[in-house]
Design a protein around this ligand. Sequence first.
Ligand SMILES: Cc1cc2nc3c(=O)[nH]c(=O)nc-3n(C[C@H](O)[C@H](O)[C@H](O)COP(=O)(O)OP(=O)(O)OC[C@H]3O[C@@H](n4cnc5c(N)ncnc54)[C@H](O)[C@@H]3O)c2cc1C
Length: 558
Amino acid sequence: MEAEAIFSVINRKSQLERLQTKKFDLAIIGGGVTGAGIALDAASRGLSVCLIEKNDFASGTSNKSTKLIHGGLRYLKQFEIGLVRESGSERAIVHKLAPHLVIPEKMLLPLVEGGTYGKMMTSIGLKVYDFLADVKGDDRRRMLDKEETTSKEPLLDESVVLGGGLYAEYRTDDARLTTEILKKAASFGATIINYCEMESFNYNNSSKIESLNCIDYNTSSKIVIKANNYVSATGPWVDLLRKKDHSMNNKYLHLTKGVHIVFPYDKLPVKQPLYFDVPDGRMIFAIPRGRVTYVGTTDTNYNGNLERVVATTDDANYILNAINDTFSKVNLSIDDIESNWAGLRPLIHEEDKDPSELSRKDELFISDSGLISIAGGKLTGYRKMAHRVIDAVLKNMDNDTKSNLKESYTKTISLVSPSLKSTKEVNAYQSSIEKQLVNIDIKDTYHAWYMCTTYGKQTDIIIEKASTFDNADALECLIRAELWFCIHHEMSNSLTDFFVRRTGRLYFNILSVKKHLDIVLDDSKNYLNWDNNRVNSEKEKLELLIQDATTYYTKEFK
Ligand SMILES: Cc1cc2nc3c(=O)[nH]c(=O)nc-3n(C[C@H](O)[C@H](O)[C@H](O)COP(=O)(O)OP(=O)(O)OC[C@H]3O[C@@H](n4cnc5c(N)ncnc54)[C@H](O)[C@@H]3O)c2cc1C
């Protein structure tokens, strides 16, 4: 069966039926990148799998990252060699699996007077970074002198720059990556559904979990899911589930908040991605992306509301000060910010450590009831984390079942079908899309870039669909076709799913959300049979997210 047919909101009823009638080898709770990776690894090996997500896929941390597939240069300073080696090596693999979505970028690390690293340390650090990740040829780090550094990035302050290091990283879109992994898992037979929350566990006489009590928010119905193994990949919510399972031990989560702020590109026209010093000794990223530049992140302890994580004026000022300090040719204020996002790192607590010192390593907690929880980790390591979880699951299986399973081979499973194989193919494809869009009167090349980096070769399907609409404005035809695609092929189930997770418009093109809201609402109503109550609640949900993405609060919500 085609993945597309399975991963459609229109077929939700049959998904729900399957969830309730089948007993699965594995039930996964949580539809962020970690749960998605586990679903793909398990389903492609031959296990029967279901995954439930209480909100939308990637609505938790997996939509709030810095959106880099990176080794984590700064973890070298903490001697996290294993972590850097693993994530460093994963970068090139994940790039090959979706080259339109995991895009190589050279990162500039400027060296300044009084900065965190000297020339020698940076040179050695970057060399070790390349060595651990087995980076080859032109991708290896290059040290730059002052002139080369300021010509790479003219916004830097010439009076303090001493030189720089240029090294390889990859940029991605975390929510799109999660969605594509889930679609692929569905194509291997996984039953995957959003807006379905695990409320409580049922246990057998031996105190092992025997089923999950869940609520489906679309139909307001209670359902019971049965499986032989249960994994919680619930990120910041991991401890809440462990408490429900009465399986907390001396290890627990330490949540830290990270904020990014977004500017129209012309307000902060950096020529390329940078990793630069903040006066307090931390480092942050500035990353140009389409029509914007985004900058982050903060890293502060968090005890607020898990369901509503927002940026404060302190967060915005911290990043603004760092920008104005580093890029002497701009003077940005809070009014220049277009949007923001704030997310939580589900890290493991370590006594007496500051947020930035906490390890980013993932860890498994296996309870006596059989619940396998995974916390910590990075977007970048999603494949390896999935291996570790499935290895733990297999320990519970008899040899007969195990002998019928394949070894993990996600290293070779292209995430998007039809797939583009390399950056060269992506660039050629993008040029052909540019021409096609010009033919339908969309002349700004931004749109070809946006379509290709968002949907890859699936853009063909969307452009073909756009030709069936007759709006006078070609961009309206295109967004209607995007909506149709996301509903019928990507389980987009609400206005926020579409504007935030499937298309990234809330963060990267917020003006387009306001401009196209009515047309998207009209079509959604028709496809999904929304009544007036649903329309009103959809509008309210979206308005709240727009408010949070454009407001700087005095304090966090409790
Ligand atoms: C500011 C910041 C920057 C980062 N930058 C990077 C980066 O550049 N590169 C990188 O590799 N990593 C980065 N990370 C780390 C990375 O984003 C996370 O490791 C990853 O997204 C965690 O994914 P997850 O699936 O474990 O958690 P989540 O994405 O939070 O997913 C958990 C899901 O579980 C669902 N859930 C919870 N309870 C239930 C329930 N009862 N029933 C059903 N569903 C439930 C939630 O709704 C949520 O969607 C960053 C993190 C932060 C916060």
